[in-house]
Design a protein around this ligand. Structure first.
Ligand code: TRP
Ligand code: ZN
Length: 471
């Protein structure tokens, strides 16, 4: 932010000097020339993720997908507000041939750069503060999933001939042009058309399906801001079961043809939500349920309101993904270095669930895990772990560190932290540093050394941090 301001100020300075020297007719305060929006939003780990110069309000996506042909036709409008005068800006999109780009209904020039950058030059510069609509029409064969540190990002095929696209840190750009970074959350609406007999599934509330000329169309709307990696597109011969929670939240469980082994776990959904609410406050998403796949991409993903599960999902996995609805989805990372805000807490939710449902002795579990932690794991920090290492330690060391925090500040302050953090940052973004500060404020303690030892450090914490004395 500071960098960009400084750069803009410098550019403005040059523009003003040039105008003053060369054009005696110049108005006394010439407007600065519009400039290019940055190719990335400013995430140190993923310099090209997201884009600068605007903030998306809403995606209006229209896709037609034929699983038989594995061909997609897209027509997406990105409604955004400019945060600078823009002569050019980027969107993120992977694969496809682009048929046309329009900005505010005027044809715009465009080029592709690298794997994901769509560079748009509008016919007229977009003025700072104005809302503008970028419509992109595209078609072609989607990009298949690569292998990331966890599940891959991109498109997968299912045994029954269906397909789905999900992933973290990116997945939207595999099926619609986006500002692909959790820092720019936006409302989401989708009109999806698939051949009759297939069912398309996404996130948010869904409208009634209509069928015409052998194609079935459904709409999906999520007005709660959603990070783009938390949206989903899945097509299969799904079995869809719907219900409602006591508070009226729609439940939608979507089962792939071979996903019967996950049905028992899905039945725990209302109870798990209620349990998590008892720790984290009101459920923050507008829908609940799950998409139960009949493949194993390696991991589940906490897609908003409707997590996506691999084969053989169990209740613990539901607890983890549903906990993300608070820790990760409502409160989203500011940068990917902050990932422990998501995973350390979703991981710890399963400890709380074990405490509640199996009477697990968490102190004993903590001692065992501390005793068995490998030097390799101790060496991986939970904060600012470096690009590509985001998921290296958060699952194993993360919940142990969170329990250490509980021991350090006591049950009461810990419970207050767990509940107030998602409430105070609801539907926003936060940094790991914000969390450290917040915990110090709630507990009234100086925790610099504790956080250094457990979350930032690269070795086994000293005894005083491993076994903090109860206050
Ligand atoms: N956030 C996911 C979870 O904890 C894990 C995950 C990371 C993932 N990267 C992914 C899942 C890529 C699928 C694809 O549940
Ligand atoms: Zn997770």
């Amino acid at each position: 932010m500071v960098d960009r301001r400084a750069r803009l100020a410098a550019l403005c300075g040059i523009a003003c000097i040039v105008a003053a020297c060369t054009d005696t007719e110049a108005p006394s305060e010439p407007a600065p020339a519009p400039t290019h929006g940055a190719a990335g939003i400013g995430d140190a780990y993923y310099p090209e993720a997201g884009n600068g110069g605007y903030d998306v309000d809403r995606y209006e996506i229209d896709v037609r997908y034929d699983p038989g042909e594995h061909e997609l036709t897209g027509d997406t409008t990105v409604v955004a507000r400019a945060s600078q005068d823009l002569s050019q800006f980027h969107l993120d999109l992977r694969g496809f041939a682009i048929t046309s780009v329009e900005v505010d209904d005027e044809p715009a020039e465009f080029t592709r750069e690298g794997a994901a950058e769509l560079v748009v030059t509008p016919a007229n510069p977009v003025r700072e503060g104005t809302e503008f609509r970028t419509r992109v029409r595209y078609e072609g064969t989607p990009v298949v999933a690569n292998r990331g540190q966890l599940g891959g990002n991109g498109w997968y095929r299912t045994p029954s001939g269906g397909a789905y696209v999900f992933g973290e840190p990116e997945s939207a750009s595999f099926w619609y042009p986006a500002n692909e970074h959790p820092r720019d959350k936006a409302a989401f609406s989708l009109t999806a058309t698939v051949p009759e007999g297939w069912t398309a599934v996404s996130v948010g509330r869904t409208g009634k399906a209509t069928t015409k000329d052998g194609w079935t169309t459904t709409t999906w709307t999520e007005d709660t801001p959603v990070a783009s990696y938390l949206t989903l597109f899945a097509v299969d011969k799904f079995d869809v079961e719907t219900a409602t929670l006591a508070d009226g939240t729609p439940v939608r469980n979507v089962f792939s043809p071979g996903a019967d082994t996950s049905r028992a776990a899905a039945e725990h959904t209302p109870r798990i939500v209620e349990f998590l609410e008892s720790h984290f406050g009101d459920y923050p998403a507008s829908t609940v349920g799950g998409v139960y796949l009949d493949t194993n991409p390696g991991f589940a993903l906490e897609t908003q309101g409707t997590p996506t599960y691999p084969l053989d999902a169990d209740a613990d996995l539901l607890v983890h993904e549903l906990a993300h609805q608070w820790y990760g989805n409502s409160v989203s990372v500011h940068s990917w270095a902050d990932i422990c805000l998501n995973e350390c807490f979703a991981g710890y939710a399963t400890w709380l669930w074990a405490e509640e449902t199996r009477d697990a002795d968490l102190d004993a579990r903590y001692r065992t895990q501390v005793a068995n932690m490998s030097d390799g794991l101790w060496s991986l920090p939970l904060y600012d772990m470096g690009a590509g290492n985001e998921f290296g330690a958060v699952y194993q060391k993360g919940p142990v560190a969170v329990h250490a925090l509980r021991l350090r500040i006591g049950d009461e302050a810990f419970a207050e932290v767990l509940r107030r953090w998602p409430t105070e940052h609801a539907h926003g973004n936060a940094r790991w540093e914000d969390f450290e500060e917040f915990v110090e404020q709630v507990s009234g303690e100086d925790l610099d050394e504790f956080f250094q030892a457990w979350f930032r450090g690269t070795e086994r914490p000293a005894e005083e941090h491993l076994h903090p004395k109860p206050r």
